[in-house]
Structure formats: C-alpha cells, structure tokens
Design a protein around this ligand. Structure first.
Ligand code: PMP
Ligand code: GLU
Length: 397
C-alpha cells in the first residue's frame, strides 16, 4: 500500500490553486467560467524586462548561479530597497528564491522549531499556515473583522505573545483583505515587537506596488526592530511576472545565511534568465509600472460599487492588492433548490455552479464569513461576473 508521509497528510492543498484548477477543468468542458480565483495580474510582463531575458539567453546565462542569486542582482535589490523604502541592506542580507512563496518557506524552516508559536493575524494568505504546519510550528491566530478593516492592534499583539513566540507573519497590502497598515499603525506594532528581541516578523510586501494610498510603508524602517524583521518581496505582482518565479528576502545576515543553506539543498537558486531580467526590473523607475496600479484602482472602484449593491455582501474598502473580501455571512441560512448556504465554501460552490464565477472561500484564509474575489481581470469580465453573481444571489431565499 502506498502511504504518503504524515507531514504531507497534514498539509492542505492550496485553495487558491485548487479553485483555479477547478475552473480550468470546467472551461475545458466548454463551460464559460469566469475565474476570479487566482491572484495574478492579467497584464503582460513589460517589454524591457522581456528584452533583458532574451539578451540573457543570447549571452549564455545558462549555468547554475550563486545560491542566493547573482551579486549584481542582490546589489540591484539593495538599491531598490534604499530608493523606494529607505532601507539599508548589503548583498549578504539578500537571498533570491523561486518566488516569494519559497522565500517565506525558507525563512519559516530556518527559524521555527517544532512547538514554537507563530503568530498569524487573520485573514492570512493561504500558504502561511500550511508552511508553518510543515515546520511543526504552532499557529497562534489573532482575530480581526471587517469593522476594523481586518487589521490587528498593538494591544491584540501584546496579548498573544508568550515565551514560545518565535515568529509572526503578515502581509501589507494584505492578501486577501487589501488592507494596508499605516506608518503609525506599524510603529505601534513595532513598540510591542521590540519587547521580545527573539521574536521575528515576516513582513510580506509582495503587493508593495499595488497600493492606492500613495506610499508604501515597510516594517523594517523602525530601527528598534530592524534586526527582527524579514522583508519579503518579489516580481510576481508589481511587475506582472508570476510565472517567472522570483522572490527575495532582506534580513539579518544570519537569517539570510540560513536561507542560503536550505536553498542550497532544495533548489540551488532560481532561474538564471529570470535573475538577469530582474536586475533591470529592480533598477527601473517604479513610475514605469504605475499604469497597472491605476488600472487596478479603477477596477477596484467598479467592483466595490457593483458588489455593494448585492444583498448580503458587506465590503471594506481595500487600499491595495487586487482583491475584495466581502463578508457574506448575511446569506447564511438561505437556499435555492437543493443548495443550502451555511458557509462561505457553500456560497463559493453555489457561485461556481450557478453563476459560473470562481471565487475563493474565506475559510482558506481563516475567515469563514468571507469570500475572496480577485479583480485582476478585464472590466468587461468583471461586469459580467458581477451581473451573474447578482442574479444567482437573488435566487437565494
Ligand atoms: N505572498 C502573498 C501575500 C501572495 O499573495 C503571494 C502569491 N503570489 C505570494 C506571497 C507568493 O508569491 P510568488 O508568486 O512570488 O511566489
Ligand atoms: N498568491 C496568489 C493568490 O493568492 C496566487 C496563488 C498562490 O500562489 O497560492 O491567489
């Protein structure tokens, strides 16, 4: 009998990827599904980055690279961190990986011993919990709600810290809620973080460039906790390069060394061609990418306006990323034919089967009252999706 490891049995499939897979399968069967499930920009990678990659192929960048990435790329990342975030790092503090997802996994596996507590504010991005489980860490959640824009307070953080707290993981802009912590809010969290000098924080800033407030704030900017923060970023979202697979950390050198060691055994390094192209992405003026943010902002307003008119949909105003995360608990207890809606997962399945719109259940993000819709798709499709959702929901009595 074949039997996968206990570690794997305890691991859940990524719900974002699972929903995208299900909608692709329905599309193959000829069903016209609109997928608002997977979070990835619908833009093409900018031409100048594609040209760099083509040149890298012609220049024969075809060999293994240094495990943490080419020095020139790590220097470019340091320049970017200085230019955009006023953060000082040297190349020995940077490790480039196969996507931000691997960066997060490297850090968690580097720091977390079995039994260590890992603080995860809800809603969290799907993979945080699973990666922590893989490292046998103990997740400690902090609850939030739509009323406080899904953000935690310093007081809440203080309450959950124990001797066993090792790590905290959060994203700002947040996937899935789109919430953004202001400088003042981060500063008050930093006051709590600094009280435990062996507590580390992964600040996942992968949506940095999709920020409608005008300015991104990094947690590592507060000198008192600089040595406790691991900043995560990458190319996937801001540069429309999800398939190219490049993420990076900026961290205390001993954490970067640990990630380098793990990566040396797991993947060696990310793709040499992607790395060469990333140098130009890091060195370009971020203003060149703003057309994507502008389009996302227009779509956010469009989607907010459309969804807020649907009965049972309660919305916050996301200030970044490209998701809306409505609280749909007002629909619980309603039914249509044999479909009884008792959970966010029930509603997601109902919308998939009845409206042919794929969304992701909030349960995957630790928020069972919500569903997540990605608006990183064309306005025409968004308009159609909203119409279909509205029609389907109006059938629930
Ligand atoms: N963090 C968050 C919050 C994300 O939404 C994602 C999904 N792309 C990642 C990390 C992983 O990004 P990557 O595609 O670079 O692995
Ligand atoms: N981060 C994206 C999402 O949340 C991509 C899917 C994934 O990597 O899990 O949809």
């Amino acid at each position: 009998m074949t039997q996968v490891s206990d570690r794997l049995q305890n691991l859940s499939e990524s719900q974002t990827i699972a929903m995208a897979k299900r909608s692709r399968e329905m599309q193959v069967q000829g069903i016209d599904v609109i997928s608002l499930s997977l979070g990835e920009p619908d833009f093409n990678t900018p031409d100048f980055i594609k040209e760099s990659a083509k040149k890298a192929i012609d220049d024969n960048y075809s060999k293994y690279t240094p495990v943490p990435g080419f020095l020139e790329l790590r220097e470019a990342i340091c320049s970017k961190l200085e230019r955009d975030n006023k953060l000082q790092y040297n190349p020995n503090q940077i490790v480039v990986s196969t996507g931000a997802k691997q960066s997060i996994a490297n850090v968690v596996l580097s720091l977390v011993n079995p039994g260590d507590e890992v603080i995860i504010p809800k809603p969290y991005w799907v993979s945080y919990l699973e990666i922590v489980k893989m490292a046998e860490g103990v997740p400690v959640f902090i609850e939030t709600s739509i009323e406080n824009d899904f953000k935690i307070t310093a007081e809440q953080l203080k309450e959950v810290i124990t001797d066993k707290s090792k790590l905290m993981i959060y994203s700002s802009p947040c996937n899935p809620s789109g919430s953004i912590y202001s400088k003042e809010e981060l500063e008050s969290l930093s006051e709590v973080i600094k009280t435990k000098s062996d507590l580390y924080v992964i600040s996942d800033e992968i949506y940095e460039h999709i920020n409608f407030t005008g300015k991104h704030e990094s947690l590592a900017q507060f000198p008192s906790i600089y040595n406790q923060v691991i900043t995560i970023n990458g190319l996937s979202k801001g540069f429309a390069m999800t398939g190219w697979r490049l993420g990076y950390i900026a961290a205390p050198e001993w954490i970067a060394d640990a990630c380098d060691k793990i990566q040396g055994q797991f993947t060696s390094a990310t793709c040499s061609i992607t790395q060469r192209a990333a140098i130009d992405a890091m060195l370009c003026d971020p203003k060149e990418m703003e057309y994507m943010k502008d389009a996302f902002l227009e779509r956010r307003d469009f989607v907010l306006n459309g969804l807020s008119q649907i009965e049972g949909f309660k919305l916050n105003k996301p200030e970044g990323a490209f998701y809306v995360f409505p609280d749909i608990s007002g629909l619980f207890g309603k039914k249509y034919n044999d479909d009884l809606i008792n959970t966010a997962t029930d509603l997601s399945m109902f919308l998939l089967n009845e409206a042919h719109v794929a969304v992701v259940t909030g349960e995957a993000f630790g928020s069972p009252n919500c569903i997540r819709l990605s608006y990183a798709t064309s306005k025409d499709l968004l308009e159609l999706a909203i119409k279909r959702i509205s029609t389907a929901v109006s059938k629930l009595k």
